[in-house]
Design a protein around this ligand. Structure first.
Ligand code: FOL
Length: 197
């Protein structure tokens, strides 16, 4: 069974995007995202698995996301990432993404969006399961969104994990602030939810 982690920033209405991009700019959340997804033991690397639209939403100068194995899912097997050969891979399904090997052994696999990939991953399959959701909950203001992630907690089988578990996943070198943060004009909180099964 391959274990997956979801990382996402969402409003209290589960809004994650607007017009093909993030509806906010919260610097410390992006720093958190970068740190968490990079954090791997010596000699290993994490995979960041994303849908094609999410890839296109990342500023070109940050693509591929450095120090991570970037995997992009597109129905078009010839989709051109326009990056140096070997720095990122295109596959046509999540199953295929999970079969990919990398010259550096993979530590964790992060599903980084968007809506349709979050949805597919949360459905689970015989060979994979989401075991953690790292959610940055943007509680204020209520930002207008046109893209939403599923209300996964409503399906049951999830429990809020402890701050200690979050600290362990994030690793050293980054202090995750506890409780509601007020910065860049937003109120948000770093949360971790764990699958009960
Ligand atoms: N999860 C969270 N918590 N916040 C997000 O903004 C987020 N965004 C995505 C997926 N999960 C998320 C998808 N969108 C970058 C931009 C958009 C994006 C994901 C990543 C990006 O530019 N990342 C750089 C950050 C560099 C910096 O500003 O420090 C990286 O290196 O990760």
């Amino acid at each position: 069974m391959i274990r997956l982690s979801i990382i996402v920033a969402a409003t209290t209405a589960n809004g994650i995007g607007k017009n093909g991009r993030l509806p906010w700019h919260i610097r410390d959340d992006l720093k958190y995202f970068a740190h968490v997804t990079k954090n791997a033991p010596e000699g290993k690397q994490n995979a960041v698995i994303m849908g094609r639209k999410t890839w296109e939403s990342i500023p070109e100068k940050f693509r591929p996301l450095p120090k991570r194995f970037n995997i992009v899912i597109s129905r078009d097997p010839n989709y051109n990432l326009n990056v140096a050969a070997g720095s990122a891979s295109v596959v046509t399904s999540l199953e295929e993404a999970l079969k990919l090997e990398h010259e550096i052994p993979i530590h964790r696999r992060f599903i980084i969006g968007g809506a349709s990939l979050y949805n597919e991953a949360l459905q689970g399959k015989a060979d994979y399961q989401v075991d953690h959701v790292l959610m940055t909950r943007v509680t204020a203001p209520l930002v207008d969104c046109d893209t939403f992630m599923p209300d996964f907690e409503a399906t049951g089988g999830w429990t809020q994990a402890s701050y200690g578990e979050l600290v362990e996943l994030v690793g050293s070198g980054f202090t995750v602030p506890e409780g509601v943060q007020k910065k860049d004009g937003y109120e948000y909180e770093f949360q971790i939810t764990r699958s009960v099964s």
